[in-house]
Design a binder for this molecule. Structure first.
Ligand code: G6P
Ligand code: MN
Length: 441
């Protein structure tokens, strides 16, 4: 069995321990030869890297492991998979993405609305650099990318590297939803065959087939309307995530055709959601007080003890597992069914060809072989077309350094709408992102 050379970009992420644990538990199905963790933040990287040494020594000693802040050491000739989860500007900038819009009375969120716009304008440049760095040495490496806002990153990379078919943008939220549906229905999430359409963080499940071909979506809809909706791993979730999942019930009541991605709450009920957001304590603050603290503390304890045996740094981690499932399906041409982001090209027949849509696909050694969705109803088409126009204009604003396009993008975003508000928040974000964004003219 071939063993793979893997690079994790964003090695110092709070999500890395979950990924490492996933690698340990999947060593028989996805064997690793060499693992390099790369991050530009030496401090975070070292904390997770030292934990990784202990964990791998105990659970996966055959892996050749190292961590580095030197990209020349990370991006070598023989990489098979780059698992990418970078966050340009770190949590400090995520906090601004949330707080600057909130200071203008707008939704402040990591990937949605003006915050997502700001984050996109930071991520695009670093992602282009990453692809160039990887391709300079490893022409055939698969780049599996979680970097957010995945919707905008996907549009930008398709524009800049139109012929590169080994970049796959993914998001774990549809998989998280499948797990949560599975819990309600008593079905294992990998036994669903979902039909899904939309953009990243902007999509809908239309059908949820079981292994016998029965569509369980109608039953699930009734369960949600009767008893609400919770994440599969509710015990481990912060309150804000529980609130987010709870909103699914309201969305289903108003728009019962399909089951929504949770991120649609920001676009469908911006006023209502805004009232729940605390401008003095946003999701970043919640993550820093919770997951971040816990992960770094647990890693430090394991290093101190010299063993990771009693360390429960990750519990239920769909994030870490999902990217490995996808890698495995590519590595062994398994053709497993996952929801991923790719060029529309007629899959949703009444959406633009060049949109980067999120749909179910069979994942093979030659990449995703997507399942066509066909025509979607006017309401969903209208929502998605405006959101795609926003994404495309964001990428054009970045590439052309255009203030005008940035203003158009934000005006089209359903969490903004007013052009006057768009200008206000844009001007504030320009200041907050100085040094990260190109200068807009
Ligand atoms: C989900 C989304 C990711 C997002 C993450 C944020 O997994 O799919 O795109 O980055 O949530 O989670 P956090 O716990 O950091 O708010
Ligand atoms: Mn996501």
């Amino acid at each position: 069995m071939k063993k793979f050379n893997v690079v994790i970009v964003g090695g110092g992420s709070t999500f890395t321990p979950g990924l490492l644990k996933g690698m340990c538990s999947r060593k028989d199905t996805f064997p690793i030869n060499r693992l390099v963790m790369y991050d530009i933040d030496a401090n975070r990287q070292q904390k997770i890297g030292e934990f990784a040494k202990i964990l791998l020594k105990e659970e996966y000693p055959e892996v050749h492991f190292s961590y580095t802040t030197d990209k020349a050491k990370a991006f070598t000739e023989d990489i098979d998979f780059v698992l990418c989860q970078m966050r340009t500007g770190g949590y400090a900038m995520r906090e601004k993405d949330e707080k600057v819009p909130l200071s203008k009375g707008l939704i402040g969120q990591e990937t949605c609305g003006p915050g997502g716009f700001a984050y996109g304008m930071r991520s695009i440049g670093d992602m282009i650099e990453l692809v160039n760095d990887v391709r300079a040495k490893s022409k055939d490496a698969w780049i599996l990318n979680y970097t957010n806002p995945a919707a905008i990153v996907a549009v930008a990379l398709k524009e800049v590297f139109p012929k590169d078919n080994r970049i796959l943008n993914i998001c774990d939220q549809p998989e998280n939803l499948l797990r949560s549906y599975g819990k309600l229905l008593g079905v294992h999430e990998r036994d669903f065959e979902p039909v899904y359409f939309g953009l990243n963080h902007f999509g809908w499940f239309t059908n949820l087939y079981d292994t016998e071909g029965n569509d369980l979506l109608p039953e699930l809809r009734e369960k949600i309307l009767d008893g609400g909706f919770r994440p599969a791993d509710a015990e481990q979730r912060d309150q804000s995530w529980l609130d987010t999942y709870a909103m699914v019930e309201q969305i289903v009541r108003d728009f019962p055709d399909y089951l929504p991605n949770t991120y649609l709450q920001y676009y469908l009920y911006p006023d209502q959601v805004l009232k729940k957001l605390n401008p003095d304590f946003t999701r970043t603050n919640e993550v820093q007080a919770g997951r971040e603290k816990r992960v770094f503390k647990d890693c430090a304890l394991a290093v101190e003890a010299g063993t990771a045996k009693d360390c429960d740094v990750v519990q239920n981690d769909a994030h870490g597992e999902f990217i490995l499932f996808v890698a495995e399906s590519i590595a062994y041409n398994k053709g497993n069914n996952f929801i991923v982001i790719l060029k529309n090209d007629g899959l949703v027949s009444n959406l633009p060809e060049d949109a980067m849509v999120e749909v179910a696909a069979s994942i093979t050694a030659n990449g995703p072989r997507p399942f066509a969705v066909g025509e979607i109803p006017t309401f969903y088409k209208g929502l998605i077309e405006a959101q795609y126009a926003y994404e495309k204009l964001t990428v054009e604003a970045y590439l052309e350094k255009s203030y005008g396009k940035a203003l158009q993008a934000l005006t089209l975003n359903r969490t903004v709408v007013s052009a006057a508000q768009a200008r206000k928040v844009l001007d504030a974000l320009v200041v907050a992102n100085k040094g990260y964004w190109p200068e807009l003219n």
